[in-house]
Design a protein around this ligand. Structure first.
Ligand SMILES: [Zn+2]
Length: 171
């Protein structure tokens, strides 16, 4: 099979021609245009959020631990914890969108599969941890990284609340 735009031979694994960028399936063009829009790419927000979460965690547990009550510790944990989840979810969602833009996958869901299978092949432990931590990713098919990061922080926030309710029923 050859590219209908430039005539170069097509690699069917890629969704677009590697010479001229034409999509084999014209239905993919609007998806590409949305994903490639700079407005939706927030590449510094997520690492910053992650760093903020880690720094807050260190400040609380290494410098303020003795001054805080158990209730205050639980309340503060929702801050560093959501910042870390938000940062990691957004960062990985950006990576997955990049896989779609590169034409290695058609949509978010198949790009996530591509990404997590790669991780699993390279590092089994990290791959299993990622499958567990990013378990809602396969449902995020039409979402952009920002809402993915928000939903991730909310899901893990609810799980944290359920955990605290189980451990400290008095709170
Ligand atoms: Zn071409």
């Amino acid at each position: 099979m050859n590219c209908k735009n430039c005539g170069a031979p097509i690699n069917l694994e890629l969704k677009k021609c590697k010479y001229c960028g034409t999509f084999h399936d014209p239905k993919l063009v609007p998806v590409w245009n949305i994903l490639n829009n700079r407005k939706f790419r927030k590449t510094t927000l997520y690492p910053l959020s992650f760093a903020f979460g880690i720094i807050t965690f260190v400040l609380i547990y290494f410098f303020m631990f003795d001054k805080l009550s158990e209730t205050e510790l639980v309340q503060l944990s929702s801050i560093w914890y959501s910042a870390i989840v938000f940062g990691l979810y957004g960062y990985v969602a950006e990576k997955i969108i990049t896989i779609v833009i590169q034409g290695k996958a058609v949509d978010f869901r198949s790009a996530y599969k591509f990404w997590s299978n790669n991780l699993l092949t390279n590092n089994i432990l990290l791959g299993i941890l990622a499958r567990f931590f990013f378990f809602p990713f396969p449902i995020f098919n039409k979402m952009k990284p920002l809402p993915v990061a928000f939903v991730g922080a909310i899901i893990w926030g609810l799980l944290l609340i359920m955990f605290f309710k189980g451990v400290f029923p008095a709170l």
